[in-house]
Design a protein around this ligand. Sequence first.
Ligand code: KIV
Length: 272
Amino acid sequence: MSVAKKEIKRITTHVLQAMKEQGEKISMLTAYDFSMARILDAAGIDILLVGDSASNVMAGHETTLPITLDQMIYHAQSVIRGVERAFVVVDLPFGSYQGNSTKALNSAIAIMKESGAHAVKLEGGAEIEESVRRILSAGVPVMGHLGLTPQSIYKFGTYSVRAKEDAEAQKLIDDAMLLAELGCFAIVLEKIPAALGKKVAESVPVPVIGIGAGGDTDGQVLVVHDVLGITKDFNPRFLRRYLNLYETIKVAVENYISDVKSGDFPSKDEQY
Ligand code: KIV
């Protein structure tokens, strides 16, 4: 029987560590609201990420930069109310932790206190070491995020694959080691070569969760709107769509509009 299914009422950092050690892959998806979180939790997802990708898929921004700490807390509160079993991680948004470890600590505490989430995620390696240290010292579990870090999109200039060159790959490995040594309970690797994803997963003792980082990481994460086909113009190679909800919802709504216009809805049975 899998580590996660063994009568586990709640996924914790310890359960996730045991899953890595026993070779059981970790499943992770984003969630931003109560109704979706409830479905994903009932399906048995291990980790729910209240990602700052809410800025894109919920608010319609081009990047993750505009979302605020208060907006992240609102999404996290909604997700937490829908969860009984999954471990809930919340992104610290852009501007809430970079370059100021006191601000980082206060942002992490605000998320934990006001939403009831279980951990926070920060993008970056050595450059955010002090912030990671201080958040961990307050007893807040931290998930790292390396590779393509969307909060730095204007530094990268493109969303293409990161760490293809040796120097960047070596920095990523060093950063992953550092984050694990500091005490991060897991690390997300985004859009890097599969061979590098494998190397990092084998080199660090904590779970490594990939998004476009190949099949040899300890788990996988995707944005739920992409998996369910609610988004339709985002088609990176790493994405597997399990539904085409954009079309399904559109057809359903077209049928509803047509029934309202024709007077078919409501029928005699659908009124008092
Ligand atoms: O915000 C997000 O959705 C993320 C995932 C892509 C890992 O950080």
